[in-house]
Write a new protein. Structure first.
Lengths: 172, 782, 285
């Protein structure tokens, strides 16, 4: 028996792609090598670090553990798909920037995607909820505090929500 | 507020949150080839046959290189010339490179690797550093397993021995650690059109990479250009190891005359790259019955692995730091650096100091219990002070009031308010065994808060001294540059010789440039290192980025101000240029309070065709130090700090939870508030990982857990709250008074956790990491 | 380096036809979180991948005295399902401990069981819940108790060409939910393989244990039921002393091995700790 040649139709950041790429190619490789979307990073290749996190139908997944065929006919969102399309930042990205949640930056796109999915959910963004939602994204630089602060800042409606840190900050 | 002390947005933040920052794995020039390493999965062993003929025939493979192809250019060691780039006949460590494959695609690379025929003969190995110097131990290299011994000899230990009323003797076994930077090692080598080589390297030390590649390719330094790519974490792991990756990529690029990219797969990165050294420390502390330390006698064994790498210099810092921030008159330390067939020991945040800090701080707590003093009190009793400023190196430590301030802050910290009443001499005897740890607490020791029968809480403190910048032995490397160019529109271009690896070097340098120049911080463009732009500035290690980059920038700014101030005075109609004050965004006349914007002065500078650029330079003053006795001025200056940490232990499962950490640091001056918080929060959590969960599981030199699934580092749900106290007593030698924070942020972490666990359990802690099984074993059989 | 051929059938019958036609080299691809890792490190080299992500099998529905859970339900689905959360909390708790959010969005309960890892979290809960596995092939359907399905590390009773279709989990009286738990100990708080895990389902009426089912993960070739511990508490009122005794009995029945994660001796102590924890929770609730 021979497998039928499958043309894969996939929507990435709102754009429909129809591709002849191998259905067993990892989604991560498709995004990075075929579409040039290098925001998702490979940190381990085994679903253990979260650097390759993208959203599939709105849910964060490890793109190193999904084959392209499984993502067919689905909506994929990468970090490049956030923001207003004209260089303006998504509120999650903006909060990461303002709170100092970024250091080396290699885990950052994955964290941003996990955070985006969480903010889109109807969960109340308590410290515990945020930390649990980010537990699949390993960060070696920040100790997570400023990342958690950034996500909670997005979730908080009150304008003074940025006063989450222990000591006074002068906001620019 | 912008500039020094401010909270400006870091210059690379927006690009990083958008995934636009091009790490080396994201760069794909036309015609790029892929490289892979055939690595040994056993050691030691002798190569009987290494046949790459079939691999060379694999479709898509362009070259396969072995040691036989390299002749006398097969050398990579930085300090010692003991390490081949590719194994010649004897494999000494697992993960060592046997052959390099370069191919059109990663799949062809893999096929090439699989086509190599390898036959080896196993050899007897050295897997226990404590027995590496035994007479019957196999020799890792023909010249023996002892690489070097470092010493401290001060005073007369026999006098301490004679008068000591308290002797605390213990052997500590401190485990290694993987850096676990999220971006694996990688390099892209591109043959330059004119014959040299350009390296796009994920590295802390572009000038090391340049030297290593020049040596392997036999090129002049000027023909090798290293462009540091955004570096996804370093922590010491990208200090020297990137040389090896770059040299491999460069060799293959030279052979194929095409760009070659080598990215290390995570498993191989785990196995082959450098690790924090595991150390065994046998420590004898002599004191009188009042708790005054009379002497320290210690023997340290450092497991270097099969090659020296940076192990000697790491060990030198361990050797020098072992007494801690205390005035001890009689000291004898022997630090032996030994070869084994275990993991490759190398630099890691703290550079040997965290291991010995665990030792001296656990010993201090033991002393406190033995003489019935609170832990903080016994530290105050022995601390360096202006009256007793002589350290174990025999040098006078300046401004030791700063240590007093750290201890005061410790006393004020919230976690200390209850633990300071801990004088539980009855709870733990010096042998560390209590009558009944499962029973109700026998004494009113406040540290032993019991949630119930199952959980126990404890608080621990640790205090440290940190020798800033490179040790005396590294001083030849201690210089650095900055190229600052004022543009006609008032924007500023800054190139520095120290690297950004996440820690915020660019952010700090930009803040310093803004304040030193009076320029608008937002309009200062500062970039990763390009070795063609700035002279060799040494390695970005030892918490020296802010110091070296900052001082070089200040020097350049001084040169530029000599040209800018007269022009500003002209524009302000001020009589004395030197009396002008540099303010945020420009210059102010002290008399009239009138200001002129930096842009206007810059425009005039260009209109007058004055030199708008300056090269700033930094170098430290020579110091006197005797490496034989460990006496003299070891470091340029010193900083102090402390942690107070609260833990909870599950006595049923051994699980350890770190509830809170209070970090107190004597930073001189906060250059950038967000960046320094990020360093301290990140360093404390990284140290927590090392202390609690990061366990390098070795079997005959092979790492059994080379993945993030099995080598566990803290996730968001493991990380505790870190409270921070920054003490700002300016450092005369630091830029705007700053001292480095990168390594200090890590150093006290594990020691405080060890003491907290000891307090919670009433048992001495003698080993790191405190994985649950070890904690349960400490508690004995149920 | 030969890439496997790939099928993405739309119906279970199609999938079964392909699997039986392709023979031993064909592997069903569920969530992929285990299979892709094994393929990457070369532990598994299937010649054919049958992506079963579009054939359904992803529903949860109560059927009177049982709940039927499709094999392709993800951990996230289990966590979001009111019946699972309310009536099978041991399973929900286990699902919440599999990896972290990304893995929970991908990993399926069928995959977690078919991998037959002795440390599998949901398998452990399903053993305590006495689930039956429903298997289908072109030849028909059959069902087995999960304890018979799991044969050893990486080994199940799945026949060639057969797919795990669903689990049928018998419902217990409502108040049993209060006495279900899944607890695991790993080297950190999330994203971690169990050193040991224990699932417990205990039914107590008028202060007396009517039945107690315990399942122990990562301390034997498959999830174990510590029959002696279960028997000790059966028909008895729980006391602290009995909890301790039963925990010790469970530990004695564990068959742990030493590996790079932990020694067998430590795992045995964890069994005692976690069984005791479960029984004490039951006693106090």
């Amino acid at each position: 028996m021979s497998a039928p040649a499958i043309k894969i139709r996939i929507t990435v950041n709102g754009t429909v792609h129809v591709t002849d790429a191998s259905p067993t190619m990892r989604l991560l490789d498709f995004l990075r090598n075929e579409l040039g979307l290098t925001g998702a990073k490979e940190g381990c290749g085994g679903g253990e670090c979260g650097a390759c996190t993208v959203l599939v139908d709105g849910a964060p997944i490890c793109s190193c553990l999904m084959v392209l065929g499984s993502a067919a006919e689905r909506q994929v969102t990468t970090v490049e798909g956030l923001g207003d399309g004209a260089g303006g930042l998504d509120p999650v990205q903006q909060a990461f920037v303002e709170e100092g949640a970024v250091q080396c930056g290699y885990c950052t796109p994955g964290l941003v995607m996990s955070a985006r999915a969480l903010v889109d959910s109807d969960k109340e963004l308590t410290d515990e909820v945020v930390r649990t939602a980010l537990a699949g994204n390993i960060c070696r630089c920040t100790g997570y505090k400023k990342v958690v602060d950034a996500v909670r800042k997005v979730g908080a409606a009150a304008p003074d929500a940025q006063a989450t840190s222990d000591h006074s900050k002068e906001q620019p | 507020m912008s500039g020094v002390g401010g909270r400006s947005i870091r210059p690379d933040a927006a690009a990083k949150v958008q995934g636009k920052q091009p790490y080396v794995g994201d760069i794909h020039p036309p015609g790029m080839l892929h490289a892979a390493i055939l690595a040994s999965d056993q050691a030691p062993a002798r190569i009987l046959r290494l046949d790459v003929a079939a691999a060379r025939q694999v479709e898509g493979v362009l070259a396969v290189v072995t040691a036989a192809d390299l002749g006398d250019k097969n050398r990579i060691g930085i300090i010692f010339d003991d390490q081949p780039l590719l194994v010649e006949t004897e494999i000494r460590m697992v993960g060592e490179r046997l052959a390099l494959v370069v191919a059109e695609t990663p799949a062809a690379c893999q096929a090439g690797l699989e086509a190599v025929a390898l036959e080896t003969e196993p050899l007897p190995g050295v897997y226990d550093a404590e027995h590496a110097l035994d007479a019957d131990a196999p020799q890792v290299h023909p010249d023996g397993n002892l690489i070097r011994t470092f010493s401290v000899d001060r005073g007369d230990l026999s006098s301490a021995l004679d008068t000591a009323e308290v002797v605390i003797e213990e052997t500590y076994r401190i485990g290694g650690q993987e850096h676990a930077y999220l971006e694996p090692q990688g390099c892209l080598a591109v043959p330059a059109p004119t014959g040299g080589m350009w390296l796009y390297s994920s590295t802390q030390c572009p000038f090391y990479v340049r030297s290593a590649v020049a040596k392997v390719l036999d090129l002049p330094l000027a023909e090798v250009r290293v462009l540091q790519t955004p570096t996804g974490g370093g922590f010491g792991g990208k200090e020297d190891y990137p040389n090896e990756i770059a040299a491999c990529a460069a060799l293959l690029a030279q052979r194929t005359r095409r760009p070659v990219r080598l990215l290390l797969p995570r498993e191989l990165d785990f196995q082959a790259s450098t690790k924090r050294h595991s150390m065994t420390v046998h420590h004898k502390l002599y004191a009188d019955s009042s708790g005054c330390i009379l002497g320290v006698d210690a023997e340290v064994i450092v497991d270097a692995g099969a090659y020296v790498g940076m192990s000697t210099v790491v060990s030198e810092r361990a050797n020098t730091s072992l007494v801690g921030p205390y005035a001890v008159d009689n000291v004898r330390i022997r630090t032996q650096v030994v070869r084994t067939n275990n993991l490759f020991g190398g630099p890691f945040r703290g550079f040997g100091a965290p291991q010995v800090t665990v030792v001296h701080e656990c010993q201090m707590d033991r002393l406190a219990r033995q003489v019935g003093l609170p832990p903080l009190q016994v530290r105050r009793l022995n601390a360096l002070t202006p009256d007793r400023p002589l350290w174990s190196t025999g040098e006078t430590i300046a401004q030791t009031e700063r240590l007093g301030a750290v201890l005061d802050a410790l006393a004020d910290s919230e976690v200390m308010t209850d633990s300071e009443v801990m004088t539980d001499s009855e709870v733990m005897t010096d042998s560390g065994v209590t009558a009944d740890v499962h029973g109700p607490a026998a004494s009113p020791a406040a540290s032993l808060v019991e949630d119930d029968e199952r959980y126990r809480q404890g608080t621990g403190i640790s205090v440290f001294i940190y020798g800033a910048n490179l040790h005396h032995g590294g001083q030849p490397l201690d210089r650095g540059g900055a190229l600052v160019q004022v543009q006609a529109d008032g924007s500023v271009s800054v190139a520095i010789g120290v690297t950004e690896m996440g820690q915020g070097a660019l952010t700090a340098a930009r803040a310093i440039a803004a304040t030193a120049l009076g320029a608008d911080e937002e309009r200062i463009r500062i970039t990763e290192v390009d070795t063609d732009m700035v002279a060799d500035s040494g390695p970005t290690v030892a918490s020296r980025a802010t110091l070296v980059g900052g001082r070089a920038i200040c020097d350049a700014a001084d040169q530029l101000q000599a040209r800018l101030l007269p022009l500003a005075a002209e524009l302000l109609d001020a009589p004395d240029p030197d009396a002008l004050v540099v303010v945020e965004g420009g210059f102010e006349s002290p008399d009239t309070k009138r200001r002129v914007a930096f842009e206007e002065v810059a425009a005039l500078l260009h209109a007058r065709r004055e030199n708008p650029a300056a090269v700033g330079w930094y170098r430290s003053k020579p110091r006197d130090y005797d490496a034989e006795t460990g006496q003299g001025q070891a470091y340029m200056f010193y900083s102090f700090g402390a942690h107070a940490t609260r833990v909870r232990v599950d006595t049923w499962t051994g699980k350890l939870e770190v509830l809170s950490i209070t970090a107190i640091h004597d930073v001189g001056r906060v250059i950038h508030a967000t960046a320094i918080e990020g360093q301290v929060e990140g360093g404390a959590v990284q140290a927590m990982g090392w202390a609690c969960m990061e366990n390098l599981s070795l079997q005959e030199g092979k790492l059994m857990n080379p993945s993030f699934a099995d080598y566990l580092i803290p996730t968001a749900v493991d990380a505790p709250t870190v409270n921070m106290v920054f003490l700002e007593d300016p450092e005369p030698l630091g830029p705007f008074g700053a001292r480095g924070i990168g390594e200090p942020s890590f150093i006290p972490g594990a020691a405080a956790i060890a003491n907290a666990v000891a307090a919670a359990l009433g048992r001495p802690v003698t080993t790191i990491p405190l994985i649950p099984e070890r904690i349960l074993n400490m508690l004995g059989k149920e | 380096m030969n890439e496997p051929r790939y099928y993405r059938p739309k119906k279970i019958t199609e999938a079964l036809t392909i699997l039986s036609g392709e023979g031993a080299g064909a592997r069903p691809l569920g969530g992929g979180t285990d299979l892709l890792v094994r393929m990457r490190v070369g532990h598994m080299k299937p010649s054919v991948l049958v992506d079963i992500g579009r054939i359904g099998l992803d529903t949860i529905h109560p059927t009177g005295d049982a709940v039927v859970i499709g094999a392709m339900c993800t951990m996230t689905q289990l966590l979001g399902d009111a019946v699972v959360v309310r009536q099978l909390p041991a399973l929900a708790q286990a699902a919440s401990k599999v990896g972290a959010a990304q893995i929970q969005n991908m990993a399926t309960v069928g995959g977690n069981v078919c991998n037959a890892s002795p440390a599998a979290d949901t398998a452990c809960a399903l053993v305590a819940l006495e689930a039956r596995v429903m298997l289908r092939s072109v030849g028909g359907v059959r069902s087995l108790p999960i304890g018979e399905f799991l044969r050893g590390p990486g080994t199940t009773a799945l026949a060639p060409g057969e797919l795990l279709e669903a689990f049928s989990i018998p419902l217990l009286p409502d108040d049993t939910a209060a006495h279900q738990s899944f607890n695991k100990v790993g080297g950190r708080n999330a994203l971690v393989c169990s050193l040991t895990a224990v699932a417990g389902v205990t039914q107590i009426t008028d202060g007396v244990v009517q039945q107690c089912r315990l399942a122990l993960a990562a301390v034997g070739p498959t999830c174990l039921r510590p029959s002696r511990a279960e028997a000790l508490v059966h028909g008895e009122p729980l006391t602290e002393e009995l909890c301790r005794t039963a925990a010790a009995a469970a530990a004695a029945q564990a068959q742990p091995i030493d590996d790079h994660r932990a020694t067998g001796e430590y795992r045995r102590r964890l069994v005692a700790a976690l069984v005791r924890e479960h029984l004490l929770e039951c006693m106090k609730s």
